[in-house]
Design a protein around this ligand. Structure first.
Ligand code: KDG
Length: 312
């Protein structure tokens, strides 16, 4: 989407000024992972308008492969606004009937699967239209059939659903194909019920997810290691300017570790670092780190392999 990001905190009013940016959960993820030097392809639809053009150009300029993005003349690019007040950020959308909402099974052609090791999908795409929802389920199933790891982040956005139950029922269609379910703890409770962490993990497993990681804001994230949940705290406490985009950065850091075959605690440690970088400015993705920026941190991870160091 195009993002209109306010220059000042406070309610929107006549004369409010905005910076034009671009953002969206999956493209945020794509940029974050690409900055960690992993080849990434992003698939979507944008309108053939100035915003669509800006989105494709910006994402391509980060080195993400955009060859499968469809630029369509019959629907506009979605837009969203942020409002930052009282230390937190709200978003609102103008995306009904957007180009992305026209996505459908078939938008991920066979050629897009060459060499794919990991697929990242979110519940936002499931919320924008029934055809986009089908695409997410079909892509997860296909990824599983092709032996790729599937990461699913529900990214529950209330504006896109009648209620959490509707969203939860949709997400359940993806869980049987999901290797890693990454979600906020509060979000998970909203979707699955007010359970303790152990019960949430067992419900997610019962619904088909092979593994799950629950983010707990400044405390980092909780993982399920079989004999009870374990919290992996972040290295430092981050200064929070704007929290939007942190979850996508977390997912990208986690994916980076998975692709290198690292232990789950190490994957979460990298995820915490990338997420913290997203918090330090108002854009969703602009402050995601490069591989070089985080390599001093990576060299302290317990399972880092010499081969990985040599690659860099
Ligand atoms: O996770 C960040 C996203 O919420 C943001 O980039 C916008 O994709 C977006 C959405 O639908 O809220």
């Amino acid at each position: 989407m195009a993002l209109l990001d306010p220059l000042l905190d406070g309610p929107i009013d006549a004369g409010s000024r905005f910076r034009l940016r671009i953002a969206g959960a999956e493209s945020n993820f794509a940029i974050a992972l690409r900055r960690l030097e992993v080849p990434v392809t992003w698939v979507s639809r944008v309108g053939s308008d100035a915003f669509g053009d800006l989105i494709v150009r910006t994402i391509a300029s980060e080195g993400v492969d955009v060859r499968y993005v469809k630029v369509v003349p019959d629907a506009p690019t979605g837009i969203y606004f942020k409002v930052r007040e009282a230390g937190s950020t709200r978003v609102f959308y103008y995306r009904s009937g957007s180009a992305a909402s026209r996505m459908t099974v078939g938008d991920v052609p066979d050629g897009a699967w060459d060499g794919v090791k990991l697929v990242h999908l979110t519940g936002i795409t499931m919320g924008i239209s029934p055809t986009a929802r089908e695409l997410v389920v079909a892509t997860a199933a296909q990824a599983r059939a092709r032996g790729a790891t599937v990461i699913f982040d529900p990214n529950f956005r209330p504006a896109l659903w009648r209620d959490p139950e509707e969203a939860s029922a949709a997400y359940r269609q993806v869980l049987p194909h999901t290797d890693w379910y990454l979600s906020g703890l509060d979000e998970c409770r909203l979707l699955l019920g007010p359970h303790d962490v152990d019960q949430l993990f067992s419900r997610l497993r019962g619904a088909g997810a092979k593994g799950a990681v629950l983010r707990v804001a400044e405390r980092g994230a909780v993982i399920d290691v079989g004999d009870g949940p374990v919290e992996i705290p972040p290295r430092d406490l981050a200064t929070v300017v704007d929290e939007i985009g942190a979850g996508d950065g977390f997912a990208a850091g986690f994916a980076f570790g998975l692709l290198r075959g690292w232990s789950v605690p190490d994957c979460v440690s990298v995820a915490n670092v990338v997420a913290a970088c997203a918090l330090r400015a108002t854009g969703d993705w602009e402050t995601y780190p490069t591989l070089q920026e985080i390599s001093p941190f990576l060299s302290n991870l317990a399972t880092l392999r010499v081969a990985d160091l040599e690659k860099n």
